[in-house]
Design a protein around this ligand. Structure first.
Ligand code: TXA
Ligand code: MG
Length: 310
């Protein structure tokens, strides 16, 4: 299959309207989209990414009216989060409507819903004319793509089209919060922090461990792994052979390849592309500096731990 590269929103949306799968930029990472109601197209996403069938997809919307096409049980907490954070890097999980095919939600009776704030994403989703399910546009297990070139690296020849945009603004995925029960539960940390969620719904909890795996099956799988091994460190290590370093600070480390970030946001923005660049250079060990787990730091540490475990 030839993968079309385009900057034309209409051309990209045309593929979705005719049952195709298209990668597109959002403010978090690039997603790989299909019409949520087209089971065949949704199936092609799992195939192209080699994604385990038990890992549910997030439906992306371009207007608040589309929430109602996906769920008819919109809880109070969901309404509050929608008011506060849509459009933006937050996914809310609600009971799904029967019309939403089981393949999209990996057999769950709930659906993740997110309204990206990135302008090109919004234009593309509008042109698609229906909610678009989209996981990150990487091969399963690899770091999420923050550039269209990273998408092409993993998926060229496996998908219909890539809508080309800039490097994504945030660089790590949305926060996912389950709003189906009385108390909202943060399932995946992201750029909307637990503190920010609690400012809107104070009871919001954060679930970790085995209950989380039951609720959010995708999290069990290997994630964000470069081919190099990832080692978490407190400070810049002494030079070691064929190694790289990413962290926050001022002095350049004595190491073959490094990225010194100005703050946690810059670190989050740079991390996945840094992993990929290390792989392109054949680096064997990537030292990643740990950060404090407040604000986006919690999501950053989550991704770093998963990469180190991978
Ligand atoms: O920022 C993002 O969220 C990006 C962009 C493209 O929007 N998407 C993304 O999708 O990261 P993905 O498939 O890589 O991660 C989706 C994760 C799943 O692995 C699962 O943990 C959680 O979101 N999820 C999705 N639907 C869910 C549901 N119904 N119940 C619980 N967790 C769900
Ligand atoms: Mg992903």
């Amino acid at each position: 299959m030839k993968t079309e590269l385009t900057t034309d929103v209409e051309q990209a949306a045309n593929y979705i309207r005719s049952g195709g799968i298209v990668a597109f930029p959002t403010e978090t990472v690039y997603g790989l989209g299909a019409n949520v109601f087209d089971e065949n197209a949704v199936g092609r996403i799992f195939e192209a990414k080699q994604r385990p069938a038990d890992n549910p997809l997030i439906a992306h919307i371009s207007s608040l009216e589309q929430v109602g096409q996906l769920s008819d049980e919109i809880t109070d907490s969901a309404t509050k989060f929608i008011d506060a954070f849509f459009p933006g890097p937050l996914t809310i999980v609600l009971r799904k409507r029967d019309a939403v095919p089981m393949i999209a939600t990996a057999g769950l009776d709930t659906i993740g819903i997110r309204m990206p704030r990135f302008k090109l994403a919004n234009e593309f989703l509008k042109a698609c004319g229906a909610p678009v399910v989209a996981p990150s546009a990487n091969l399963s297990g690899r770091p999420s793509p923050t550039t269209w070139q990273a998408v092409a690296e993993d998926l060229d020849g496996r998908i219909d089209c890539i809508l080309q945009g800039e490097i994504t603004e945030i660089g790590i995925e949305s926060s996912v919060v389950d709003c189906t029960g009385d108390v909202p539960i943060l399932l995946r940390t992201g750029s909307v922090s637990l503190e920010e969620l609690r400012a809107v719904v104070p009871e919001t909890t954060y679930e970790q461990g085995s209950d989380l795996i039951i609720r959010s099956p995708g999290l069990r799988h290997k994630h964000y792994s470069p081919r190099a091994s990832v080692v978490l460190v407190d400070s810049v290590p002494r030079d070691s052979e064929n190694a790289a370093f990413i962290g926050i600070g001022s002095n350049e480390p004595n190491i073959s390849f490094s990225k010194i970030c100005v703050d946690q946001h810059d670190y989050a923005h740079s991390l996945f592309e840094f992993f990929r660049e290390c792989d392109r250079r054949g680096i064997s060990t990537i030292y990643c500096q740990t950060v404090s787990e407040t604000g986006i730091g919690a999501a950053l540490m989550d991704r770093l731990r998963r990469a180190a475990a991978g």
